[in-house]
Design a protein around this ligand. Structure first.
Ligand SMILES: *Cc1c(COP(=O)(O)O)cnc(C)c1O
Length: 382
């Protein structure tokens, strides 16, 4: 099976040298866009390209507003702030995620509570969320959800769409509504992923995208907050542009804000990258189908797109039989120049988050031990 996998990957990517996990794709259009914006002199924050980029992405995702930021992490931070997260609060999220999800919670002075994921999507499991909410929290007269034992407020639930596979977001949204929680989606990996026609990041109050170099399209570094709420959008815009009040002939700031807005230079690259997003999505779907076929021929399973959803297939994920096999396969493929990667060490295992509250994390542990991500770039020439 090990040899068969390496051969299969080499066939897809048609490369004799090392094959990365996820590489950005650039063409003449990207180069041209950068030259134009350099020649214009408008390289820094807030320019025409930023407005255009925001409109392109928001309208693609079906969100009323998009606010571009310097990266996905800053977009998460400011989303939690405008959702009203304050020091001492708790935020429900998953342990199976990239560390930025939890760090954004920490920046607000709040703490994550880890809820299990489901094995099909690797997203927050509605059943585990429901169990936690019903057994450990109550909706009080202030309209907020409170953790009974610690007497701490829980203003937000923040699920993540793992590897671009949509979580069961409509069930999660219903639970949030019933229990007085705001829904902030970490959709950093999920541009181009949909759940029953709703783009990831648009099912709740706020959603976040990332345009880091390893994501499905890139602005070098970049992120975006999506929302349908005009008031929240205004708050995000204000806070991310150093809380500047635009009054004629005045240079005035009315609170402690952040320099979180995406520079025009990066936005120009984003516009160019977006032009080939559909093509990239098509190629990634084809690659995922090829992986799936390979896995069936080799008596294996992959994490697969769930009924009613459309995944962007950002990272393909093989399910290994055991942690030993996963580690052997990881070592073997990397030695052969096929750069596979294990899933993140779960957040409840990191020193800064190991003390945090959590439910049973059976599926999180399972995923942490069995999943291996396989090279998932758009192959050259496709
Ligand atoms: C990439 C990513 C982010 C944030 O990314 P930036 O590198 O800050 O743009 C946040 N959460 C998840 C799950 C991610 O994969």
């Amino acid at each position: 099976m090990f040899d068969s996998l390496v051969d299969f990957v080499r066939q897809q990517f048609d490369q004799s040298n090392s094959i990365g996990l996820h590489e950005p794709r650039f063409g003449e259009r990207d180069r041209q866009a950068l030259i134009e914006v350099i020649d214009s002199g408008m390289v820094s924050s807030v320019g025409q390209c930023v407005d255009e980029f925001e409109q392109l992405i928001a309208s693609y995702a079906g969100a009323a507003h998009g606010i571009a930021t310097v990266n996905g992490t800053s977009a998460l931070h400011v989303s939690l702030l405008v959702a009203g997260v304050i020091p001492g609060d708790l935020v429900l999220t998953q342990s199976l995620s990239f560390v930025a999800t939890c760090n954004a919670i920490s920046y607000c002075g709040a703490e994550p509570v880890f809820i299990d994921v489901d094995r099909q999507s690797l997203g927050l499991a509605p059943a585990a969320l429901q169990e936690f909410l019903e057994s450990q929290t109550e909706l009080r007269d202030d309209g907020c959800c409170w953790h009974i034992e610690t007497n701490r407020r829980i203003p937000v639930c923040m699920p993540m769409h793992t590897f671009g596979f949509p979580a069961s977001i409509h069930q999660i949204a219903q639970l949030c509504l019933a229990h007085g929680l705001q829904l902030v989606e970490d959709s950093a990996e999920a541009l181009g992923s949909w759940h029953t026609g709703v783009h990831c990041g648009v099912a709740g109050n706020l959603g976040v995208l990332s345009f880091n170099g390893n994501k499905i399209m890139t602005t070098g570094g970049g992120g975006m907050v999506l929302t349908n709420d005009a008031e929240l959008a205004k708050r995000v815009r204000h806070l991310t542009t150093t809380a500047r009040v635009t009054e004629p002939l005045k240079w005035l700031h009315d609170e402690v804000g952040f320099n979180y807005r995406l520079p025009n230079l990066n936005a120009a690259l984003g516009i160019a990258q977006f032009a080939s997003l559909e093509h990239a999505l098509m190629c990634k779907r084809k690659l995922a189908n090829n992986y799936l076929q390979w896995s069936h021929e080799n008596d294996r399973d992959m994490i697969a797109e769930q009924p009613g959803t459309q995944a962007n297939h950002w990272l393909n994920a093989l399910i290994c039989n055991s942690v030993e096999e996963r580690d052997q396969l990881l070592e073997y493929t990397c030695r052969q120049g096929v750069l596979s990667r294990p899933v993140w060490v779960p957040m409840h295992r990191l020193s800064m988050y190991e003390h945090c509250l959590h439910g049973t994390l059976e599926n999180t542990q399972w995923a942490a031990a069995h999943i291996l991500n396989l090279p998932s770039s758009v192959p050259h020439g496709w």
